[in-house]
Design a protein around this ligand. Structure first.
Ligand code: FPP
Length: 263
């Protein structure tokens, strides 16, 4: 899939330094369309093309999971015509993508309360997940009807029910670690997010992947999502690699750990 110029751009990133899970807030579709005198839905259509592109770029770079914020729990409050348009895009575009996903080893996963989506969109998503379940090159995690607070709340409820039913002892509850709690989250089978990219110039998390935001690296790009390019994406990867992830430790500790693990 790579062209020569891509490998030139990403070639000097060691594979072990590439973020395993990249999450993207694809913001700016509406402003992109407005600046061209087009309807907002045309911006989303172009945004959906770009969603397909970034999966290819990420796969070429060696990213293992890419999650895309396609519809948040808060997006239901957009004008009805936009909500219906986004759902129709999902229902029509996803089935067409299945052959390419299979050819390119893309496994579709979904994060969010998919049961609440309109029937056509829900069926298209679930069918695409089923038809691509055997693929292993990269996971495309579509975040649909997703909210980070809702995810944490659902986990807390699940934990409370387990406790009430005696499946968890008092001692186990007291000893519960953040790693243990993560097992109750919708994301329990996903890799932690290493890098969050938000396009469109806003500097917010907007209820995306809240749990993993604890230690994710954040990268904000001014570009409207439909204009986002492979070069923009590779720049974000390079910035990620240049950062020191300390996870609460000192820089000296991190450097000496790295030196020890490379012996
Ligand atoms: C944010 O831009 C974008 C969304 C709320 C929807 C993102 C959805 C897509 C890119 C389509 C995905 C479809 C598939 C099939 C994967 P905005 O509308 O908030 O833009 P604005 O801030 O400029 O108004």
């Amino acid at each position: 899939m790579s062209s020569t110029s891509d490998s030139e751009l990403s070639g000097h990133i060691l594979p072990e330094l590439i973020p395993q899970h990249v999450a993207v807030i694809m913001d700016g579709n509406g402003r992109w369309a407005k600046s061209r005198g087009l309807p907002r839905l045309e911006g989303h259509r172009r945004g959906a093309d770009k969603a397909r592109d970034i999966v290819e770029w990420a796969s070429d770079a060696g990213v293992r999971q890419i999650s895309l914020y396609a519809f948040s729990t808060e997006n239901w409050s957009r004008p009805d015509i936009e909500v219906r348009g986004l759902m129709a895009l999902l229902a029509t575009l996803l089935p067409k993508q299945i052959p390419d996903m299979n050819k390119n080893g893309v496994r579709l996963k979904v994060l969010g309360d998919v049961q609440a989506l309109p029937g056509m969109a829900r069926r298209a998503v679930l069918k695409a997940c089923e038809k691509t379940a055997g693929n292993r090159k990269i996971d495309l995690v579509l975040c649909l009807n997703y909210g980070g607070q809702q995810e944490i709340l659902a986990a807390a409820r699940k934990l409370a029910i387990s406790f009430k039913q005696g499946e968890i002892s008092d001692e186990a509850l007291q000893a519960l670690s953040p790693e243990d709690f993560r097992n109750y989250l919708w994301r329990h089978d996903l890799m932690p997010v290493d890098l969050l990219i938000r396009t469109g110039g806003e500097h917010r998390i907007s209820n995306f992947h809240l749990w993993d935001m604890a230690y994710a690296e954040l990268f904000f790009d001014e570009t409207y999502w439909p204009d986002y390019s492979r070069e923009d994406f590779l720049r974000a990867l390079h910035v990620f690699v240049s950062r020191e992830r300390r996870f609460g430790k000192t820089s000296e500790q991190v450097t000496s750990n790295k030196a020890q693990s490379s012996i």
